[in-house]
Design a binder for this molecule. Sequence first.
Ligand SMILES: *Cc1c(COP(=O)(O)O)cnc(C)c1O
Length: 361
Amino acid sequence: MARVYNFSAGPAVLPEEVLKEAAEEMLDYRGCGMSVMEMSHRSKTYDNIIKEAEADLRQIMNIPDNYKVLFLQGGASQQFAMIPMNLMKNGVADYIVTGQWAKKAYQEACMYGKANKIASSEDKTFSYIPDCSDLPISPDADYVYICENNTIYGTKFHELPNTKGKTLVADVSSCFLSEPVDVTKYGVIYGGVQKNIGPAGVVIVIIREDLITEDVLPGTPTMLRYKTHADNDSLYNTPPAYGIYICGKVFKWIQKMGGLEAMKKRNEEKAAILYDYLDHSKLFKPTVEKGSRSLMNVPFVTGDDELDAKFVKEAKAAGLESLKGHRSVGGMRASIYNAMPKEGVEALVAFMKKFEAENLK
Ligand SMILES: *Cc1c(COP(=O)(O)O)cnc(C)c1O
């Protein structure tokens, strides 16, 4: 068996321990004679799995009792619609557009009400996070929306925007559980798990209870109402059962590793190895302004498309997978999520140094 270092932006690397455990339990989950994939989501065994996953997530993130944790489907993209459908009571929301995902969320919200783009970093190809300390927040805004870590461009909000008292809604798909978070600062935190937590097919929504009401936009389908899922503890219909089980294992792994403080330390160490090299390289350049850099997604370029392609190809041959940048940006991107070991980043930098020596004209 040869495992590669997988730098994919998502679906992405998972802890090897978790995969091994899942493999061991594949045919017979803890003596029940069947796989978790095969069992009823109404069974006692499965109920324990989902309840324990929620309890562990609550412990890891220190989620207060007045927040619900929902395990849903439809990916992060479905939340682009669910959020306005459920939260736009006044029909108004403010969006900070820092990349493709925030832009898609903004465009979706425009279909349901008055969505205002109150800040953007599109002028410089989304290479920075705008100053959000004093934005023109709409007096009647139902919420202020951000994409906290911009997977494609490699930027991260290091300070949350001043929402002037309005509810903050954040897409944290690509920075979920990468560092400690103060849940009380948000009305809604959500993310697809396939970036930093588990297999594709699960989206986790952490939502303050007072935001879960019957007062939703007319025509909102039953399945797209937060209340439906909150009232049924994520078991209104069949949940993405196997995916949630794997998420639960990743939560246990994070606890064992020392929780979010330890994750942050580990992620900072890994990112520093790569950024330090990029800041000194004569061949590779980072594309993001220093104060806005993500710990999770690190885009970089040589400035020469052919050389970029050569790098991606040779890196792959050396066991460093999926380093090609997003199709909208080009260049390279190394996603170094929680489960990427430090050795993987070290191997990448060693390879980059070798490539630089061979290709610098
Ligand atoms: C990947 C990603 C999405 C889209 O997720 P899907 O689950 O494919 O819908 C949305 N937001 C961010 C920040 C992402 O990284």
